[in-house]
Design a protein around this ligand. Structure first.
Ligand SMILES: [Zn+2]
Length: 231
């Protein structure tokens, strides 16, 4: 940073002091995107990486067994909901990367760590242009850094989907599946792939991604998300 940008930054910080991406308290220490109390106290999901856990059960109708893990618990009004909102809509992509680093440290000692590649859930080009980043990609890069597994963009999203909120579960799944394709199927054959996304909600997106990868010849799929919404 040169002197002018440094000066501008300090003025900016004075007017808009950097705030924690989760609880929105003013950041007083160099702890990255989250304050110290959030770094240690955000609500964890309690979903451990075991066969047939809740994530696997949600997906079993659509795809062969998968292993899954979510770091945090997302509930209406909690700090994780705020965190995900800030990541997506208030330009805090770095927070997605930092959560990836943390989650990667947890996953390093699980069977998920044996995967060949991390595949971010893709974002349509139009939305990517609007937002400027894909939070699932940044989260995947954080995971990659600690797990030493490469990120590969094996799934591409073709169309800009209309809002899915009014669609039923089956329609959502089909809608997402129809909107994606695998540009290089040969990279998928026989691989253990980790699909990475921000929040596991209905599982429709994950099921569609896993279905496409299994159909292209993936041997095993693991599903990891920053957070999971339940009930
Ligand atoms: Zn905080």
């Amino acid at each position: 940073m040169n002197m002018v940008t440094q000066l501008l930054q300090s003025w900016w910080d004075l007017i808009y002091p950097p705030y924690c991406a989760a609880c929105e308290a003013t950041l007083t220490e160099e702890t990255g995107e989250l304050c110290l109390s959030c770094l240690t106290g955000l609500p964890v999901s309690g979903i451990s990486e075991v066969e047939n856990n809740w994530i696997a059960q949600e997906l079993i109708e659509k795809v062969p067994p998968v292993s899954g893990h979510a770091l945090y618990s997302f509930r209406q009004g909690n700090n994780i909901q705020r965190l995900i909102h800030n990541i997506k809509y208030r330009k805090r992509p770095q927070a997605a990367y930092e959560i990836g680093l943390q989650h990667g440290a947890v996953l390093k000692s699980t069977t998920i760590a044996q995967a060949d590649a991390i595949v971010p859930v893709p974002m349509a080009a139009k939305r990517l242009a609007e937002r400027g980043y894909n939070q699932a990609q940044l989260y995947a890069e954080g995971l990659s850094k600690t797990m030493k597994i490469p990120v590969q963009e094996l799934l591409l999203k073709d169309t800009f989907l209309k809002s899915q909120t009014k669609l039923g579960r089956e329609q959502r799944y089909q809608n997402v599946a129809d909107s994606m394709h695998i540009p290089e199927p040969s990279l998928v054959v026989g691989k253990h792939l980790i699909i990475a996304d921000d929040v596991f909600t209905t599982g429709a997106t994950m099921a569609a991604c896993a279905r496409l990868l299994f159909d292209a010849g993936a041997k095993h799929i693991s599903v990891v998300t920053m957070a999971i919404a339940r009930g």
